[in-house]
Each structure stands twice: as structure tokens, then as C-alpha cells.
Design a protein around this ligand. Structure first.
Ligand code: NDP
Length: 478
């Protein structure tokens, strides 16, 4: 096979104008934090410092919650839905207008390939605002009673894997339903949330309706534990989700948690191999595997195991790892040194427990945080790499003989966020889908998202749904 090289095709950074430092966005304005603390956000691909960002302390969180409360009582909750919709439509259109800038900024701060931020993240962000704008004046038809009321002030904490998309999942339904919000982005990826704050200014959103407080876990804790909020929405690790559930249990706060996953991607012997291999690759190597619903456990029917594995290995040798801003890049940088350490540690455990590790020949850049696409074969259900969320480009491969065995293995996990089924038999898809304990089941595809579809988990993957008509319930007093 002739190997042909791609010429570099870097997206220009010039469309992004980074400020040296960013304040907190409270009551419609950027300003300093009370105690003057700040932290740096870096590019995980180069370790270059991108900007300094204010660390919000409890006093800042309190100011943000007060601003959100005032905006809730004085403007937003009293505004007719059709007026709120106009703001959401305006935000959606500005996101589309600034799409290229937002995509470059996201790839710089997060490390994900520009192809993904440009073609997946940002279009979905706009779609979420368009979709929820449509609901704002139709809430009485959503099935939650004739005059559903908003909850009040929502405290929202999001992770670093889809920074702007998780913001959209949280803010769009909250505003459509008439709530105001205080949102904390992840420490390693605050920049697109701050760009979103500028978009709120550009859209003339009334002050205090959206507040962005940057900081680390302590800022998140101050927000979710603040007595002035009515609703907590969190996406992140199961461990932090548990802490939040505990903290909110004695309060009247309504809580939704979207936590980890260890999804099974199940390939039956009649599945078209090439199509399934594309789905496997998309399932685990999309966004470097930093995806809560990633197909991190591949279950292959024994009769086609060697064919599927041979095709998969061949396909992995064609993945291009490198500069996230290069339009040819398939696999970008790992988001942080801490996440890289976790991926390395679990991969070493996988080897020590007896699984066989394989990666395609792949040169890793010297600077930044990188991990090659990796397969583990000979994995048993007891192995930690089959049970724990690695949250990186690492696939554990297991086998099965019958549909019943596939089902049992797929459901043998404390998580239940998503699953994939690959077969030509419609009856088998329906049989599996009705028995898989997972919030989303994809058939002959994987990682497909749409604002009209509810998303959320069973078991330790959390509770509550985001998106679609079901997602509105989380922001309404029903
Ligand atoms: P966390 O759950 O710690 O972070 C998610 C968000 O919660 C971040 O904004 C974080 O702030 C914030 N936070 C941290 N501690 C608290 C707290 N006590 N109260 C309120 N908010 C808090 O995830 P990590 O980034 O530490 O990642 C660890 C692991 O979690 C990953 O390896 C992965 O396995 C899993 N994970 C799963 C995600 C999912 O979507 N299911 C998303 C992200 C991670 P800050 O980032 O500033 O610390």
C-alpha cells in the first residue's frame, strides 16, 4: 500500500483575540474577583499559557447568585416566553456568526481537533439554542401542566471535555424555561465560556440572567452549596457527583447529575465490518476518548473477532495524531497533565493485570500532553480497564458467543449511560435495546447527538435528562 503524506493544513489562530486576563462575568459585566486570585489556562497541545483567569471565591459566587436572583425576579421570569425566545434566537445566530472563532478557541484551550470543534461541537451549540428558543413560548404544551413555572436560579457546573457544548446543554434549557443561571466552567477550559459571556453582552441579554464564575473545584463547591440557588445541574465525575448529591440531599434544591460511563459497543457477526470499525473508532477515539458516553468496551462476537480486530488495527494506523488546529488531525491532545497521568496509570494496570496492549506506530509531539490510540485485547470482565472509566483513547476488547452473553456483559457495569449495537437484524437491535440498561442505545452508529433527544444515565451514570422535551422538566416546577 502506498502511504501518502498530508501537507499541513493549520487553521489560522488570527481569528481569536485572546485577552491577557479575564475577569468574572457577573451582572452583565466583566470585573475582578474580591480576593484578587487568578490562575492560568494553557494549551494542552503546547503547554503555552493562553491567558490568566480570575478565581472566584465564595464572596464572588455570592455576588453572582445575588445578581441572578435579582434578574430572575425583576426581569427574566416575568418576561413572556416569546420575548425570552428572541434572546435565545439572537444568541444562536451570534454563535453561528462567530463559529470559526469559537471553534479555534475551543481547540486551543481544550486540545480537541479543529475538525471536531468546527463540525460537531459548535454547530450543536447553536442547534441547542435554536431548539430551546422554539420551546420558550410553548412550555404549556410540553406536557408539564397548563402553566409550568421556572425554578429560580440554577447553579451549573460543567467539565472540560465539551466546554461550550456542555454550557449550551445547561444554559439553553434553563433560560428557555425562565430561570437565570450561574455557571462554572472547568478550570482547564474556561475560555469559550468567557467568550459566551461576551455573546450575552452582544445579544443585550438583561444583566444577571447569565453569570460565569471561573475557578476550580472549590468554586464549584461554593456554587452548588450556596443556599440561594434552587437548582443544581452537574456534569462530571461520579465521585464529585456523589459529593454534590450528598450536599444537596438535606435541601430543597432540584438536582440533575450527568456522570461517568463505561459503554459497551457490541458487534454481532452479521454486522458490516467496515461500517462497524468506523463506529468503533468514532466511539472511542472521538475527542481523545474524553467522552462520558464513549464506547470504551468493545464486545465482539467470537466468530468475527479476528476479522474485526484486523480491520480495526489497519484503520488505527491511518489515524493522524498531532496539532489540534491542523484540519487533518484525527486525535488531538489530552486535556491536562492530570488526565494524562490517569490514562497512563490505568493502562499500566491493564498490562499488569495481563491484558495485551497495542498502539499503531505513532510519533508523539515532545511538548504538551499526548497519548496514542491504544487497544487492549485479552481483557476479562474483572480487569480494571473493563470496569473503570479511563476517559482517554483506550479501548478494551472483550468477546462473546451469544446475544444473551453480550447483554449480560454489557450490563455488568455500575454505569449505564450509553451502548451501541451493530447488526443487520432489526429484531436483534430491538431485543438488545429493550434490555440494555443504558440511557442511550445507538444502532449501527455511535456518538450521535441531537438537541431534540434526551440524554442521561441509569445507575451510577446519574439521574435526570438533558435535551428534548424530557430535558425541560429539570428546569420547571412541575
Ligand atoms: P470533576 O468531576 O472533578 O470535574 C467536573 C466539574 O466539577 C469541574 O468544573 C470541576 O472543577 C468541578 N468540581 C470539582 N470538584 C467539585 C466539588 N466538590 N463541587 C462542585 N464542583 C466541583 O472531573 P475531573 O475534571 O477531575 O475529571 C476526573 C475524572 O472524571 C475523569 O478522569 C473522568 O473519568 C471523569 N469525568 C467524567 C466526565 C463526564 O462527562 N462524565 C467529565 C469530566 C470528567 P475543576 O475542573 O475546576 O476542578
Amino acid at each position: 500500500m502506498t502511504k501518502f503524506e498530508y501537507a499541513p493544513a493549520p487553521e489560522s489562530r488570527s481569528i481569536v483575540s485572546l485577552r491577557e486576563s479575564y475577569g468574572l462575568f457577573i451582572n452583565g459585566e466583566f470585573g475582578p474577583g474580591v480576593d484578587g486570585r487568578a490562575f492560568k489556562t494553557i494549551s494542552p497541545a503546547t503547554e503555552e499559557v493562553l491567558a490568566e483567569v480570575t478565581e472566584a471565591g465564595p464572596a464572588d459566587v455570592d455576588r453572582a447568585v445575588t445578581a441572578a436572583r435579582k434578574a430572575y425576579e425583576q426581569t427574566w421570569s416575568a418576561m413572556p416566553g416569546r420575548e425570552r425566545a428572541k434572546y435565545l434566537f439572537r444568541i444562536a445566530r451570534i454563535i453561528q456568526e462567530r463559529a470559526r472563532e469559537l471553534a479555534v478557541l475551543e481547540s486551543l484551550d481544550n486540545g480537541k481537533p479543529i475538525r471536531e470543534s468546527r463540525d460537531v461541537d459548535i454547530p450543536l451549540v447553536a442547534a441547542h439554542f435554536f431548539y430551546h428558543a422554539g420551546w420558550a413560548d410553548k412550555l404549556e404544551y410540553a406536557g408539564y401542566g397548563p402553566a409550568p413555572r421556572p425554578l429560580g436560579v440554577a447553579g451549573q457546573v460543567i467539565p472540560w471535555n465539551f466546554p461550550l457544548l456542555m454550557l449550551a446543554w445547561k444554559i439553553a434549557p434553563a433560560l428557555a424555561c425562565g430561570n437565570t443561571v450561574v455557571l462554572k466552567p472547568a478550570e482547564t477550559t474556561p475560555l469559550t465560556a468567557l467568550a459566551f459571556a461576551e455573546i450575552c453582552q452582544q445579544a443585550d441579554l438583561p444583566p444577571g440572567v447569565v453569570n460565569i464564575v471561573t475557578g476550580a473545584g472549590e468554586t464549584g463547591r461554593a456554587l452548588v452549596e450556596h443556599p440561594g440557588i434552587d437548582k443544581v445541574a452537574f456534569t462530571g465525575s461520579t465521585e464529585v457527583g456523589r459529593q454534590i448529591a450528598r450536599a444537596c440531599a438535606p435541601t430543597r434544591k432540584k438536582v440533575t447529575l450527568e456522570l461517568g460511563g463505561k459503554a459497551a459497543n457490541i458487534v454481532f457477526e452479521d454486522a458490516p465490518v467496515d461500517q462497524a470499525v468506523e463506529g468503533i473508532v468514532n466511539g472511542i477515539f472521538f475527542n481523545q476518548g474524553h467522552v462520558c458516553c464513549a464506547g470504551s468496551r468493545l464486545l465482539v462476537q467470537e466468530s468475527v473477532y479476528s476479522d474485526v480486530l484486523a480491520s480495526l488495527r489497519r484503520r488505527l494506523t491511518t489515524l493522524r495524531l498531532g496539532d489540534p488546529l491542523d484540519k487533518n488531525t484525527d486525535v488531538g491532545a489530552i486535556n491536562s497533565a492530570a488526565q494524562l497521568a490517569k490514562i497512563r496509570e490505568l493502562s499500566e494496570v491493564g498490562e499488569a493485570e495481563g491484558a495485551q496492549r497495542w498502539s499503531p506506530p505513532c510519533e508523539l509531539p515532545v511538548k504538551g500532553f499526548w497519548f496514542p490510540p491504544t487497544l487492549f485485547t485479552g481483557v476479562s470482565q474483572a480487569h480494571r480497564i473493563a470496569r473503570e472509566e479511563i476517559f482517554g483513547p483506550v479501548l478494551s476488547v472483550l468477546t462473546f458467543r451469544t446475544p444473551a452473553e453480550a447483554l449480560e456483559k454489557a450490563n455488568n457495569t455500575p454505569y449505564g449511560l450509553s451502548a451501541g449495537v451493530w447488526t443487520e437484524k432489526g429484531s436483534l437491535i430491538l431485543w438488545m435495546a429493550s434490555r440494555l440498561r443504558a440511557g442511550v442505545v445507538w444502532a449501527n452508529t455511535f456518538n450521535k447527538f441531537d438537541p431534540t433527544s434526551p440524554f442521561g444515565g441509569y445507575k451510577e451514570s446519574g439521574y435526570g435528562r438533558e435535551g428534548g422535551r424530557h430535558g425541560l422538566e429539570a428546569y420547571l416546577d412541575v
